[in-house]
Design a protein around this ligand. Structure first.
Ligand code: UDX
Ligand code: UDX
Length: 434
């Protein structure tokens, strides 16, 4: 444990900031979460969740009730009362793949405005290498007094849908520092997690994040490329992945062939890393290939549906899964949503269901019929698609589905079912790499 609770401010209370602040409070610190969206702060102060993350709601309520977790729209208020300020505002991609750092700059200036004593400024947001230098320069430029401060890079490795457990049981904690001065306090903050700590320079810490995420995306595109070969060779990509994964240097995780990866991180971080490399004089062709394979995976899946149905226009297609992955309500860059929009464009009528992402999906899927029960989706459908790897879809009533569909045709974009079982049930079953 640490000697005394730290006073921490989190600026930007989204998927990253809210989980980070709540878990800091859970391990005993005093946390103020700042957000510039008043309705979000109002919800949180009323004990309502603006996002879904398993296990988050009870931790927010528990720690808010204990007085260790507060929410405000005032950066001034949050920063003045804290010793350590974490920045977790968005770093959205620009059309050319570069990163929009305007929120980072704005928050750096807001912090500089109220800086009157030594503080540690920690960047939690995913940023291009050398952003820490810019944050430091900006605070020094806009700070009215000559007060000392340290800027630290502390990238997050949280998977949406598993963010609370990933925070409380991290593989490693990375600190990129300009000097040794903040290291003790940083270790104190995370001490209750008993996790391996890496202390390095700011630039290396920033690159660890982009290099890690891009490698994970590369691993997925690699198995997706192998899935195409498996289909052509009459092999089973799941068996290949299992055999590969038993080599501990490879590992089985992130070798699940799919209709492609999405989310608010991989696509953004890949394009950012390619752009950063280009600006540093290196052509990261390998990562462009990762992007290309990912886009082709979606195209192949749509073609699989078109080849099987012959005509998609005026067909009724059921889609199970709208979030970008299981265990989350997040539809940002969701392959499932991209697929729905493609099928709509081809003239299909859609019946859709997702355990958590329906409200968010309604804002983008205008003409779709939203069902409140996954077993009602197949009724009257010409085909059924599994688009997100929600474990509950494995419990779909397949007998009922086969009887209620006009034709028992199922496209499994996440390899949730077994080909032999589906064929025995009388389905025309198409999946990935098998
Ligand atoms: C985002 C980026 O996606 C991620 O790459 C980065 O590491 C952290 O920020 P996420 O938490 O998923 O992660 O973003 P989001 O859920 O949009 O939350 C950002 C929050 O910051 C929002 O609640 C937004 O209202 C708030 N915000 C934004 C501020 O408080 N101040 C700002 O100036 C801008
Ligand atoms: C990712 C990284 O895992 C996390 O460490 C980082 O902090 C943020 O980005 P996230 O985007 O939340 O996390 O989800 P992740 O579980 O990595 O999945 C990303 C996408 O890849 C999803 O669309 C998922 O369905 C897909 N995926 C994942 C596959 O298609 N195959 C796999 O084997 C694993």
């Amino acid at each position: 444990m640490f000697n005394a609770p730290m006073k921490i401010c989190i600026v930007g209370t989204g998927y990253v900031g809210l989980v980070t602040g709540t878990c800091f409070a859970e391990i005993g610190h005093d946390v103020i979460c700042v957000d510039n969206a008043p309705e979000k702060v109002k919800m949180l102060n009323a004990g309502q969740m603006p996002i879904y993350e398993p296990g988050l709601e009870e931790l927010v309520k528990k720690n808010a009730a204990a007085g260790r977790l507060k929410f405000t729209t005032s950066t001034k208020d949050g920063v003045e009362k804290s010793d350590v300020v974490f920045i977790a505002v968005p770093t959205p991609p620009q059309p050319d793949g570069s990163v929009d750092l305007s929120y980072m700059e704005k928050v750096s200036r807001e912090i500089a405005d109220v800086l009157t004593r030594y503080k540690i400024i920690v960047d939690k947001s995913t940023v291009p290498v050398r952003t820490g230098e810019k944050v430091c320069e900006t605070i020094r430029r806009y700070c009215k007094s000559k007060v000392e401060f340290d800027v630290v890079s502390n990238p997050e490795f949280l998977r949406e849908g598993f963010a609370v457990q990933d925070f409380l049981k991290p593989d490693r904690i990375v600190f990129g520092v300009q000097s040794q001065r903040p290291v003790h306090a940083l270790k104190e903050i995370y001490a209750p997690l008993n996790a391996p700590v890496v202390v390095t320079d700011v630039n290396s810490a920033e690159l660890i994040k982009h290099a890690s995420n891009s490698f994970l995306a590369l691993k997925i595109s690699y198995i997706n490329a192998v899935s195409v070969i498996c289909e052509a060779a009459g092999a089973n990509v799941e068996e290949v992945a299992n055999g590969m994964g038993m080599d501990k240097r490879i590992g089985r995780e992130f070798l699940n062939a799919s209709l492609g990866f999405g989310g608010s991180c991989f696509p953004k971080d890949l394009s950012a890393f390619i752009k950063i490399a280009e600006q540093l004089g290196y052509d990261f062709a390998l990562l462009r290939e990762v992007q290309k394979i990912n886009a082709q995976q979606m195209e192949r899946f749509v073609r699989k549906i078109a080849d099987t149905l012959w005509v998609i226009k005026d067909k009724t297609i059921g889609v199970l899964g709208l979030s970008f992955k299981q265990n989350t309500d997040d539809i940002r860059m969701s392959p499932a949503i991209a697929l729905c929009l493609r099928l709509r464009k081809e003239g299909a009528r859609l019946k859709v269901y997702d355990p958590k992402a329906m409200d968010k999906a309604r804002t983008v899927l205008k003409e779709a019929t939203f069902m409140d029960d996954m077993n009602k989706v197949p009724e009257g459908c010409d085909a059924l698609v599994i688009a997100t790897e929600w474990p509950e879809f494995k419990k779909l009533d397949l007998q009922r589905a086969r009887k209620s569909m006009t034709h028992p045709i199922l496209f499994d974009g996440r390899n949730l079912f077994e080909p032999a079982e589906m064929e025995a049930l009388g389905f025309i079953y198409k999946s990935i790499g098998r």
